[in-house]
Design a protein around this ligand. Sequence first.
Ligand code: NAD
Length: 362
Amino acid sequence: MHLTNHSDTSLKKSLHSVMGDLGHEQVVFYSDVPTGLKAIIAIHSTVLGPGMGGTRFWNYASDEKAVTDALRLSRGMTYKNAIAGLNAGGGKAVIIGSPGIKSEALLRSFGRFIDGLGGQYITAEDVGMCAQDMEYIGMETSYVTGLSEIKGGGGDPSPVTAYGVYMGIKAAANKTYGSDDISGKRIFVQGVGHVGSQLVKLLVKEHAEVLISDIDEHRVSEVANTYKVEVVDASNWVDLSMDIYAPCALGATLNNESIPRLKCQIIAGGANNQLEVEDIHAQMLEERGIVYAPDFLINSGGIINVYQEYMGNYRRELAYQKTEEIYEICLDLLEKAKNTGVTTHQAALQMAKDRISAMEQD
Ligand code: NAD
């Protein structure tokens, strides 16, 4: 069964059969009427360690959509943590509601929910959550990471994520051009938020020819005023002439419409779930001869950073050191994909699954 960004986990079947298909161990629902908290924690695998993955705060249109997201994201975390070499399994939490309902009481109630799972799930930030939210959760449980530097945490993981993406770009360049020197390469960074802007910094430093886009004009002008970049229209990127496409905004930009038109040799970016339908679109890229560096490997710097924080004695240079390994892992998987005739996405999944099965047999 392949997993799409949108629908394959939809609950047309019973929840238990979907969990069985996808291999989830546990899905837990929590409701706290006084604070308005409605949360779901999905634990996909604890073979390598406790399920680790962020909490997403989102105004889901239905409970079904929230469960679907929790299932999909927690499964993704299993493979991301495995391929990054972390001793952590895959888990993810979602809180259903509009940002307006977020309060100290709600977050602390959520912290107690996590605590009740006795360490099977460790949370961190994701969409809709911030370091302050993690602090409230941390008042009720120690199973939380991603705290601010002031509170003894590792701070914003985005620069480490960007560094991992940069490693992925260099590995893919090595494979494609025979050298990881990216000076003079035309690289399009789509989305210059936390990750994209840090990536631009690294690319410009190496004299790449960087193009940027963002739907937020403030982000565009901030980055364009800081670095030598070319600004392109956010709605008009598919036909751009470029060597490397680095998606750093939203997912699903690699789809039936974009892939036939893309003019690049490499895709390597920080956005999650870049392939709209994983197997189909990875195959289409393969057929077009475009080297795709799997997103869940090369954007794992962020989880590496919060994992190091959770393990204690956090030092950012160690997080960078571990993130640097993405270069070798990526080279290895690109080689494996070529030798075995599978897509780079499948090769990455297989590497993650192999590590999990090896531990299961231990
Ligand atoms: P962010 O919100 O700071 O930045 C995303 C940027 O993309 C924003 O500036 C937004 O305006 C822009 N954007 C949205 N739609 C766009 C479009 N159609 N065209 C161009 N720009 C558009 O988020 P972030 O933390 O930088 O994360 C970026 C991506 O990387 C997300 O997919 C996220 O899930 C993933 N990711 C982030 C981290 C991390 O450490 N922050 C770790 C792993 C994965």
